[in-house]
Structure formats: structure tokens, C-alpha cells
Ligand binder design. Structure first.
Ligand code: PLP
Length: 404
């Protein structure tokens, strides 16, 4: 299918918005993405025509809402090549990782050695750090290679020394570099470790199949892939999900309860205590339909073209791009520093031109500090961004240079 971002943009009413006198340019997609009409309409349709609690009542409306909920899970699971019973709904990536830090000590039954990397978002560092500090065990942080991906020699050494859980980001939210998760997964399993992928920045942007990579766990957020906020996915491999003790207890996740004991619901329902976020699940399924319709390969190609155009247009004497020099290694994300100007000031100046970017430590302070700075400016792109928008951004950066 041919792909035209201008056609895509028609589905996003927000792009009609004027900000500070200019047409809105949204370059903050790694933080969250905009929502197409189809996603918002699917949510409205659910509320207007099917709203009911799910998996409980036997009335017709509840049966219809339950069908919608279950079919949506099937669609979302198939998007990543998973079975529906391997997909647990969470609030977001952060909740998925916190749940694992809660569940895995119980599963493994001893003090854990967890290995992670310097490239992680705080969500893939802090839950593990607290877990080992409260329950005992060790957290080991592996560094980066000169190509700004995880240092594979160091990683393998740590795995050889003994590791229970290896948890690594797929695409860095700061650098846009991509870790070789298939190879890492193979190494983890060779050395008897479980493997968690933080796929928050990859699932929205590229084809991914859990059957090909074979991670034990994977987490991502709906809001970074055109879906609503408040819905995310925790994928758990079938052979493990049967053995994991639910980390939250309450209604909807039990079959029978006496004053002494309970039996749990089937997987994955036993991991979704309380009334679930039905609108979020329905909205995420609509986002998956939308992305499938466009084709993930088209998105990969489009983002690569935009990043190339952007990096070629940046003035090297004035702007330092963090990470690899090759634009092909930045998966839709370019972070940079501007000579003599604080990142927040750069972001504010771009904002005055109607261009939304992110500045700061990007919830990955150890990584940003390892780059030798304490803040950066980040441009993060998606399917609805255009070459024309990148040109407007480059013009604003030229204007900034002339002002300094
Ligand atoms: N991991 C990565 C790599 C991210 O980029 C983010 C968000 O920016 C997260 C985790 C946390 O995602 P959320 O805030 O949706 O929980």
C-alpha cells in the first residue's frame, strides 16, 4: 500500500490547531502520540452503545461488552504475534514493569540478581532497585558500547556470572538506538536467565513478533501508539504465565472464594483484578487496526526518511546530535544539545514557533548524564509528521543560530 502522511493527517483533527500563531507541529511522539478520529470514535461507540461491566453479569449488554473486550484482546495479541491468554492489560509500561518486580521474586523464590542497562528509562530501573533493596539480591547495570547500544561483551559476562532476570530496553527513548533483542534473548536463555523487553518505543514504530524474538516478558503502552492513555500491555510467555501468582487480588480474578481460601480465574483474567479499563482496550484495538491498515513497514520507512532529512539539515557547528552519526540508527528519535543554549530555552523558542519538542533528562537521567550533559532537546517523529514540518523545524534552528 502506498503511504501518504498528508492523507493520514486528515484523520487527526488536532493538526488543524494553531499554536502561537503557527500550524501545530508535534515532535513529541516518544512522550505520547496524537489520536486519530477512528480511535476516539471506537471509544465513543463503546460508551454510546455497549457500556457495561465485563466478564460478570449475564445480561445482554454485558455479554456484548464482554465480546468487545475479548475480541479486542485477540486483535492486540495478534499484533505482536502472541496468544490472547499471554496478554495482560495494565495501565502502561511503568505498571507492567512494577508488576514484574513484584511477581518475579515470588515466582523464583530466592534473592534475585537482576541485570539491566545504563540505557533504561527510570521505569525499568527504579522498580528493580527497590525490589532488591527490600527483598535482598543485586541489581547490576551494564554499560553502552561505542555504537550507543548495550555492551554485549559486558552483558554476556554478567549473564555468565549468574543472572535471574535480564531487563533491557528495545529502542532508547533518548537516542533512538535499537538493542539486538533477539540476540540478547538467546544469550539470556543460554545462561538460564529470564528476559524482559521494555518495548515502549518499538512496538508503535516497527513490526515485532514475540514468536520470533521469544522474550519471556514484554511491556508497552497504548498511548504511544495512537491509543488512549491508561492502557498498556504486559506480555507473559505461555509456559510462565500459568506459574505466576497474581500480584493484585480482588473481584473479577477469582472463581471461588471461601472464608479460608480462593481459586483463581483462568489466565489472563486472574491478572486483571477489579473492573478493567474497557474503553482503553477498545481504543487500543482501534489503534492496532489503524496501524495495521497503514502497515508498520511503511512507518519504519517514513520515519527513516524524516530522520535522515532532519540530521542532514542540522548545522554541525551549532548542534551536537547525541548517539550515532548514521541517521539510520536513530529510530524516529533525535536528541541534541545546542552550543551555549540550555535545552529548555531551545524548547521554548521552538514552542514559540508552534513546534512541540521535549527537553530535559527524559526520564532517563543516568543515560543523559552518561552522554556528558544533564539535559537534551528531543525530537521524536511518527507517521503523521512530514518533510515540510522538518523543514520548518530546521528554519527555526537557523533562526536561533542567527539570534545568538
Ligand atoms: N520505557 C520507555 C523506553 C519509555 O520511553 C517510556 C515512556 O516514555 C516508558 C518506559 C514509560 O512509559 P509509560 O509512561 O507509558 O508508563
Amino acid at each position: 500500500m502506498s503511504f501518504d502522511p498528508y492523507v493520514v493527517r486528515e484523520d487527526f483533527p488536532i493538526f488543524k490547531k494553531i499554536v502561537n500563531g503557527r500550524n501545530l507541529i508535534y515532535f513529541d511522539n516518544a512522550a505520547t502520540t496524537q489520536k486519530p478520529r477512528q480511535v476516539v470514535e471506537a471509544i465513543a461507540d463503546y460508551y454510546f452503545n455497549y457500556n457495561s461491566n465485563v466478564l460478570r453479569s449475564i445480561n445482554t449488554l454485558s455479554a456484548q461488552a464482554t465480546d468487545l473486550y475479548i475480541n479486542s484482546r485477540r486483535k492486540i495479541a495478534s499484533f505482536i504475534g502472541a496468544r490472547e491468554e499471554e496478554v495482560v492489560f495494565t495501565k502502561n509500561t511503568t505498571e507492567g514493569l512494577n508488576s514484574l518486580a513484584e511477581a518475579l521474586p515470588r515466582l523464583i523464590g530466592r534473592k534475585l540478581t537482576v541485570v539491566t542497562s545504563i540505557m533504561e528509562h527510570h521505569s525499568n530501573l527504579l522498580p528493580w532497585r527497590r525490589m532488591v533493596s527490600e527483598k535482598g539480591g543485586r541489581l547490576i547495570v551494564v554499560g553502552m558500547d561505542s555504537d550507543f547500544t548495550v555492551n554485549m561483551d559486558e552483558l554476556e559476562r554478567r549473564l555468565e556470572e549468574g543472572c535471574d532476570v535480564l531487563t533491557i530496553v528495545h529502542v532508547s527513548n533518548v537516542l533512538g538506538t535499537m538493542n539486538p533483542v533477539k540476540e540478547i534473548c538467546r544469550l539470556a536463555h543460554k545462561h538460564g536467565s529470564l528476559f524482559v523487553i521494555d518495548a515502549a518505543q518499538s512496538i508503535p514504530h516497527m513490526p515485532f513478533n514475540v514468536q520470533e524474538v521469544e522474550p519471556d516478558f514484554m511491556v508497552f503502552s497504548g498511548h504511544k501508539m495512537l491509543g488512549p492513555t491508561g492502557i498498556g500491555v504486559l506480555y507473559i510467555r505461555k509456559s510462565l504465565i500459568e506459574k505466576i501468582e497474581p500480584w493484585e487480588l480482588g473481584g473479577g480474578m477469582v472463581k471461588t472464594v471461601t472464608m479460608e481460601s480462593q481459586t483463581y480465574e483462568d489466565i489472563p483474567f486472574r491478572f486483571e483484578a477489579g473492573t478493567p479499563n474497557v474503553e482503553g482496550v477498545v481504543g487500543l484495538a482501534a489503534a492496532v487496526d489503524y496501524l495495521n491498515n497503514i502497515g508498520l513497514k511503511n512507518i519504519v520507512e517514513h520515519e527513516a526518511n524524516l530522520v535522515k532529512h532532519l540530521m542532514e539539515g542540522l548545522d554541525e557547528g551549532f548542534i551536537k546530535v547525541h548517539g550515532p552519526d548514521e541517521s539510520s540508527k536513530h529510530k524516529g528519535i533525535v536528541s541534541f544539545s545546542v552550543k551555549g543554549i540550555h535545552p529548555h530555552d531551545v524548547a521554548q523558542m521552538l514552542d514559540a514557533d508552534g513546534i512541540m519538542v521535549r527537553s530535559g533528562a527524559l526520564c532517563a537521567e543516568p543515560l543523559v548524564n552518561a552522554l556528558g550533559v544533564n539535559a537534551v532537546v528531543r525530537v521524536s517523529l511518527y507517521l503523521y509528521n512530514t518533510v515540510e514540518e522538518v523543514d520548518r523545524f530546521l528554519d527555526s534552528m537557523k533562526k536561533l543560530r542567527m539570534l545568538t
